[in-house]
Design a protein around this ligand. Structure first.
Ligand SMILES: Cc1cc2nc3c(=O)[nH]c(=O)nc-3n(C[C@H](O)[C@H](O)[C@H](O)COP(=O)(O)OP(=O)(O)OC[C@H]3O[C@@H](n4cnc5c(N)ncnc54)[C@H](O)[C@@H]3O)c2cc1C
Ligand SMILES: Cc1ncc(C[n+]2csc(CCOP(=O)(O)OP(=O)(O)O)c2C)c(N)n1
Length: 575
């Protein structure tokens, strides 16, 4: 007999919205939903060991596909565990639906066992968060949640008491045709003409591109060619901008390339395309700034903007291109490109190995991963120094993808994001760049790789420390403290979970173990003993002058050697 409970209608609605898997961890308030999924063929329950992983995994799926993804947690502590991952999804603007199961509806308000108020808890990390308290509300509330997650790109939460999920549904089927695709949005003709006028009159133009350039590669390159403009990218734009791009001069920001920094500081007009690059110190003070963003509220958020327009990057540039005159002067572009080549070379030199030398330079490991990984590999990098290595040494080619917790900046993201990526693309190679702190924070989900038969390759950069924090401590002139990690043998630990576990302690071992792991038909963990403090602070910064300033306040680029420091704090911050 076909059941027709609220939970069944919920699952029908998710299927109608194209959801193919729900990441989560079972619990009695979720029983109706898991029981309904049990009997279906076109949607899967994806069990994880920690609900935070479920949210990260769903976020990775949504980022990679651009489509709605889902996660679920049981009442109280179960859905509370989703929260950090959901913050990440929301801040990355990926469409994720979270089902937060709730205690029995008749108990709400009585301080009942496991009682929390998800509609308050998830308010800040969602566009929509509502409770279904009557069967009549299903599927309408869920449909509104789904439309909101897709249309506004972010998290929507449906709170569903376990007893309501088990009740007889009132409505029989989903009603709404869910949004697919987005409308083409471009500025009006007057704005476009003004934009073209400003760019045509400008001398030295630099483009700062971000994640909003996804799908606009051709237009971006054409625009740069007409403007003779170097293209700098923000980290989330890396995967969409860097490849097949003769105008690429690297990333800006503390972890970026000095060439990216200079190209922005030395232009007289900065054209921001689909970026919310957050660090104000890295924007030029004197240049005219033009910003194109699909969200009006983003305009001028990070820097003083002289002309802001609302539009998609692709459509806006398509409309703008015929109005742009081709510039002939190439001095600005040439200088930026020359600087980029030397900055790139400097970083590549740091990725060289010293035979027999242990511990290993982490740059060497990252470069080896880059060279050995598949053409269409999906990478995820932990927050911490793995983000630096990914930003600097992973080469994007239009097919590869890069996941991180770039906006929210949460540790432990790489493994659960890899779970989401591999579940969505079982045939692609998925590789993590994990910190030893990061991987141990959600270590339980290493077991998920075996349980879900996900052949993820986890590369652990083992420096026995919260290395990035040590760098920050150095920056503010205090001694390293509370950052030491007493680690297990990660490779053995993996083996005990029936995951291929490998170790490299000298540079010579790195490529062979990576190759073995990449060729292995199943999950693998490669632990590499890497140098603890690989980056040093710029020498011209006096530590006593730095007290009270976090790393992000420093107006400089950590180029890895400290031999190049740009436009330093000494002249700007500490006047
Ligand atoms: C440890 C650590 C260090 C970091 N250091 C750096 C660093 O040195 N340099 C750096 O760059 N980043 C760094 N980051 C990442 C940084 O915090 C931001 O996440 C990143 O700079 C934002 O990139 P973005 O502007 O491309 O993406 P987002 O912040 O996601 O901004 C994208 C913008 O594009 C808009 N948009 C989306 N789609 C479209 C469209 N189709 N058309 C038009 N607009 C659109 C959005 O509304 C949004 O405003 C670091 C992160 C970590 C964790
Ligand atoms: C959940 C969370 N806790 C704490 C931090 C602060 N933090 C940022 S990076 C970092 C250290 C990461 O250490 P590890 O994963 O070992 O990588 P490493 O930097 O050593 O390579 C910490 C503690 C954070 N970003 N997120």
């Amino acid at each position: 007999m076909t059941k027709n409970r609220v939970a069944d209608l919920l699952v029908d609605t998710l299927i109608a919205a194209g959801v193919k898997q729900i990441f989560g961890l079972a619990g009695d308030s979720l029983n109706g939903i898991t029981d309904s999924i049990r009997t279906r063929e076109n949607i899967r329950w994806m069990p994880v060991r920690h609900e935070e992983s479920a949210a990260f995994a769903a976020g990775a799926e949504a980022h990679l596909t651009g489509r709605l993804a889902a996660c679920a947690g049981s009442c109280g502590p179960g859905n509370l565990h989703l929260i950090n991952g959901l913050y990440d999804c929301h801040r990355s603007r990926v469409p994720v639906l979270a089902i937060a199961a709730q205690i029995p509806s008749q108990e709400i308000g009585s301080q009942y066992f496991q009682e929390t108020h998800p509609e308050l808890i998830f308010r800040e990390c969602s566009h929509y968060c509502e409770t279904v308290s009557e069967p009549e509300q299903m599927p309408r509330i869920l449909e509104i949640a789904i439309q909101t997650a897709i249309a506004r790109r972010g998290v929507a939460v449906v709170v569903l008491p376990g007893n309501i999920a088990m009740r007889q549904a009132v409505h029989k089927q989903p009603r709404v045709h869910f949004l697919d695709g987005t409308p083409s949005i471009r500025p009006g003709d007057e704005d476009l003409a003004a934009l073209a006028g400003m760019l045509n009159r400008a001398g030295k133009v630099t483009i700062l591109g971000g994640a909003g350039c996804a799908g606009a590669h051709e237009e971006l390159i054409e625009t740069a060619a007409k403007l003779q403009a170097p293209i700098v990218h923000a980290l989330r734009g890396k995967e969409f901008i860097e490849y097949e791009n003769p105008f690429d001069v690297g990333m800006t920001g503390l972890l970026g390339f000095s060439s990216g920094y200079y190209a922005m500081m030395e232009c007289d007009t900065l054209l921001m395309l689909g970026t919310d690059f957050p660090y104000q110190q890295f924007y030029p003070d004197k240049a005219t700034i033009i910003q194109v963003d699909i969200r009006g509220e983003q305009i001028g958020r990070r820097a003083k903007v002289d002309k802001g327009v609302v539009g998609e990057v692709k459509t806006t540039l398509r409309a703008l291109l015929p109005k742009l005159e081709t510039k002939t002067g190439t001095a600005h572009l040439d200088a930026a490109r020359k600087h980029y080549r030397s900055a790139r070379k400097g970083l590549d030199d740091l990725a060289a190995s010293e035979p027999g030398k242990s511990p290993i330079h982490p740059q060497f490991v990252a470069k080896a991963i880059d060279e050995l990984a598949a053409e269409d590999a999906i990478f995820s990098c932990d927050v911490g120094t793995p983000t630096i290595w990914a930003a600097r040494y992973l080469t994007m080619n239009g097919k590869r993808r890069l996941l991180g917790s770039f906006n929210h900046g949460s540790m432990a993201n790489a493994l659960p994001q890899a779970i989401g990526a591999q579940s969505t693309y079982p045939d692609r190679q998925v590789v993590t760049l994990s910190g030893d702190g990061g991987v141990s924070m959600l270590l339980g989900d290493l077991l998920t790789l075996r349980q879900l038969k996900l052949p993820v390759k986890v590369v652990v950069f083992n420096n026995h420390a919260l290395g990035f924090v040590e760098l920050e401590m150095k920056a503010v002139g205090i001694l390293d403290f509370a950052t030491e990690l007493t680690n297990p043998d990660f490779a053995k630990l993996a083996e005990s979970a029936d995951i291929l576990g490998l170790r490299a302690t000298t540079p010579e071992e790195v490529r062979p173990v990576l190759t073995q792991a990449f060729e292995h038909d199943g999950p693998a963990l490669v632990e590499v003993a890497v140098n603890r403090q690989e980056l040093s602070m710029p020498p011209t910064i006096q530590l006593d002058q730095m007290v009270g300033f976090s790393l992000y306040m420093i107006r400089a680029v950590l180029n890895g050697r400290s031999d190049e420091v740009v436009d330093l704090a000494l002249s700007n911050l500490f006047r």
